[in-house]
Design a protein around this ligand. Structure first.
Ligand code: FAD
Length: 462
């Protein structure tokens, strides 16, 4: 008897959802129906620049997108050690460079719109793309079939739903509300614990984002370095990231302001807001001339309230999986959120189209995804948070405090750089293939009569 078609619905056509569609498209050898539902009327990224590291570039290569993206990226990764970010102290009347990161493969910087274009150009016509389909809820019947309801009143069915719907994921909301309801009566403290993950929390950070025209900047400051190379400007209670994109035409300028005492609180109101340039300037008063020169070229800017889903206990439940920011929105301090969304997509996509996976046992594959990806993404989120605290001098690593050294001394700053380098090195160590190999081993062992993953690892969700 022919195997039943596995119907996969991807909710959200951002970088994570699109990567999943491309991975499914590339590796699918069997009957898999892919439908992508996007709330907006087209694929569109907000925000401008994106740093892309070796681990992420690996997926771009596997998907065959490296040539087209390489033509648009600044410094596409090369194998030998390559200079990437310069570290600079900038919250003083005179700034100074204090470290140069040199790492295998360096850092590629791309415009998000370019990344999206390369991805959407590669989508096959076999993938059903549905715009203006904002998911508002889903239910899973006893038979396993999922019915999704959209804001326009229409519905659709699938065997698997992947919520790639970003920070304010409706998929996550429904999934965790269901988990809370299941836990109520059985274990009240578990229900209260799960309740915390329905909505994201504030990191205490704002990110002011804008683009600076390089030509304009170089007219007033001909030796300014930001149009040429990525620079991370350290300061107390905030840092500035500036790097060239669009072949150097623009500088992607992000100023992060941190209030660690606010971390974990709930944010009410819009997450992204157009604000006056004066508001940004106020945060950077007293910073060095290079920052003031950048600011003098800023015409408009938006303020992003940076939220996170920290330590979320499950990335999957029943026939629904969460991917990217829906599962693990994190601080942007490691430039790794989109990369992690793509790693999720790589592992999940390969699991879903594996020869041994079908409509009947697909939950097992989703549980393996959860087990393999959750620790990695959580680790990256922790590293990212810790790095941000280092750039803003909120956190002093033990290597400095135990040695009784002032962090702002030359020796202290050197140790700080060593600490940050070791956190960043995740970005260029190994590839997501290692995670896939681990996932495939687990899949094979359960397919050959090994103990199924659900009963071993995830009893709470059954
Ligand atoms: C200031 C800043 C700088 C960053 N810099 C970097 C960086 O340099 N490198 C990096 O790797 N990461 C970076 N990140 C993180 C990165 O932007 C995110 O992690 C990444 O965009 C997440 O992708 P995603 O596909 O999971 O979610 P999103 O990009 O949020 O996409 C979600 C998609 O789902 C759609 N959607 C939402 N709700 C629904 C619904 N109910 N129904 C249907 N569709 C829906 C949305 O319209 C959107 O298209 C940065 C983040 C910030 C805030």
């Amino acid at each position: 008897m022919a195997a039943k078609t596995l119907r996969v619905a991807i909710c959200g056509g951002g970088i994570g959802g699109l990567t999943l569609a491309l991975v499914l498209q590339k590796f699918s050898k069997k009957d898999v129906q892919i439908d992508l539902y996007e709330a907006k009327d087209k694929f569109a990224e907000i925000g401008a620049g994106l740093t892309v590291w070796r681990r992420t570039w690996y997926i771009i290569q596997v998907l065959g997108l490296d040539k087209s993206l390489g033509e648009m990226a600044i410094h596409p990764p090369v194998e030998e050690p390559t200079p990437s970010f310069t570290f600079r102290r900038a919250d003083l009347p005179e700034g100074y460079d204090f470290h140069q990161i040199v790492s295998p493969y360096g850092t590629a910087t791309v415009h998000r719109a370019d990344m999206l274009k390369v991805m959407t150009d590669s989508l096959s016509n076999d993938i059903g793309t549905h715009f203006e389909k904002r998911l508002v809820s889903y239910v899973q019947e006893g038979s396993g079939i999922l019915t999704m309801t959209f804001a326009d009143g229409t519905t659709a069915e699938a065997d698997v739903l992947v919520g790639a719907d970003g920070l304010k994921s409706v998929t996550r909301e429904v999934l965790y509300e269901n988990l809370v309801n299941d836990a109520k009566g059985r274990d009240e403290s578990e229900a209260q614990h799960l309740q915390k993950f329905i909505q994201p929390t504030w990191t205490g950070m704002y990110a002011y984002r804008t683009l600076v025209d390089s030509e304009k900047l170089l007219k007033i400051a001909p030796d300014h370095q930001s149009p040429k190379r990525p620079i991370l400007h350290f300061g107390k209670c905030g840092h500035v990231v500036a790097y060239p994109i669009s072949k150097g035409r623009f500088v992607n300028f992000v100023s992060l302001v941190s209030n660690p005492e606010k971390e974990g609180s709930r944010w009410e109101g819009p997450l992204v807001k157009e604000v006056s340039v004066d508001e940004l300037k106020r945060h950077l008063e007293g910073w060095e001339p290079r920052i003031q020169q950048l600011l003098s070229c800023v015409e408009s800017c938006s303020r992003w309230t940076v939220c996170q889903n920290r330590d979320i206990p499950y990335f999957a439940s029943r026939n629904v999986a969460l991917l990217g920011d829906a599962a693990h929105a994190m601080t942007p301090n490691l430039g790794a959120g989109a990369g992690q969304a793509m790693e999720d997509a790589y592992v999940l996509g390969r699991l879903l189209v594996h020869d041994s996976v079908n409509v009947e046992n697909v939950r097992n594959a989703l549980d393996i995804y959860d087990i393999v990806r959750k620790p990695v993404a959580s680790k990256v989120a922790d590293l990212s948070r810790m790095c941000g605290n280092c750039y803003d001098f909120h956190y002093v690593p033990d290597s400095i405090s135990k040695a009784g050294i002032e962090v702002e001394s030359a020796e202290g700053m050197k140790l700080l750089c060593d600490f940050i380098y070791s956190a960043w090195s995740f970005n260029w160590t190994g590839t997501p293939e290692d995670e896939w190999v681990q996932a495939e081993k687990m899949l094979n062992s359960s397919a050959h009569g090994g103990v199924t993953v659900q009963t071993q690892e995830t009893p709470a969700r059954l």
